[in-house]
Design a protein around this ligand. Structure first.
Ligand code: SF4
Length: 235
């Protein structure tokens, strides 16, 4: 499999399974800075070894997580991801959450909840940031909602790039699908080589206020939040 890193939060019994590689090449991708879980104090330097499916299951069995989040990288590009989700649900009875860019329609069996990262509605901006068009992402988002999946959305707010106007377009798009879909706005964390700065807490709150004109459940990360619980590196 493409799995190279696993972390675990003992207090809440949640595991995080990291997949290597992505079908997007986002300029603001945190993986350009840090390959490991950003909640760890340690630095994960590389992807020196990939785990087999049974190894991932075996490791998680020892920790008995209540829930597993698949992230990365992009889990859906791994052909073995659907099987892993199903095996974990069957053998460990975990609540499985997939974080995805939505470019590929994800497997639904074994996945309880899906969070799609919508980078931009404006086609040129989406292509500039990710290197890919966004029609598939938007189409898949609508399809997922029609399929009845527990769906969430998330975006990165970047001052003078993915600005309040773009966040408003994203919120309007989501509300046209269903204004009850939860939406989270993340303040950009600077990645080397980019000209953009971190937004101020007030700027993030301004974007949130605009999104709340369209959506009932908008949350945000300003970047100054403390850790809610400790996370340990398993692999
Ligand atoms: S979709 Fe996510 S993992 Fe992939 S390049 Fe963009 S930010 Fe990184």
């Amino acid at each position: 499999m493409n799995v190279y890193h696993i972390t675990f939060a003992p207090a809440v019994k949640l595991a995080y399974v990291y997949f290597w590689g992505c079908n997007f090449g986002c300029k603001g991708c945190i993986r350009r800075e840090e390959l490991g879980d950003i909640h760890l104090n340690q630095h994960v330097a590389d992807s020196s070894g990939f785990l087999q499916l049974e190894e991932v299951v075996g490791i998680l069995e020892d920790f008995k997580p209540k829930g597993v989040t698949f992230l990365g990288g992009e889990p859906t590009i791994d052909p073995e991801f659907p099987k892993l989700a199903k095996v974990l649900e069957k053998r460990l009875d975990t609540h499985n959450i997939l974080l995805t860019n939505g470019y590929l329609f994800p497997p639904l069996e074994g996945v309880d909840e899906i969070q799609v990262s919508i980078k931009a509605i404006t086609g040129t901006l989406h292509r500039d940031f990710t290197g890919k068009p966004n029609q598939e992402v938007l189409r898949n988002f609508r399809r997922l909602h029609r399929a009845g999946v527990a769906l969430r959305a998330e975006s990165i707010f970047i001052p003078h790039y993915i600005e309040v106007e773009e966040i408003e377009k994203i919120a309007r798009f989501i509300s046209a699908v269903d204004s009850n879909i939860p939406y989270r706005i993340d303040g950009y964390i600077p990645v080397a080589g980019n000209p953009w700065r971190r937004p101020t807490p007030e700027e993030v709150e301004g974007a949130v206020e605009v999104a709340r004109k369209y959506l009932h459940h908008v949350t945000y990360l300003k970047g100054d939040e403390g850790l809610r619980y400790e996370v340990e590196c398993i692999v």
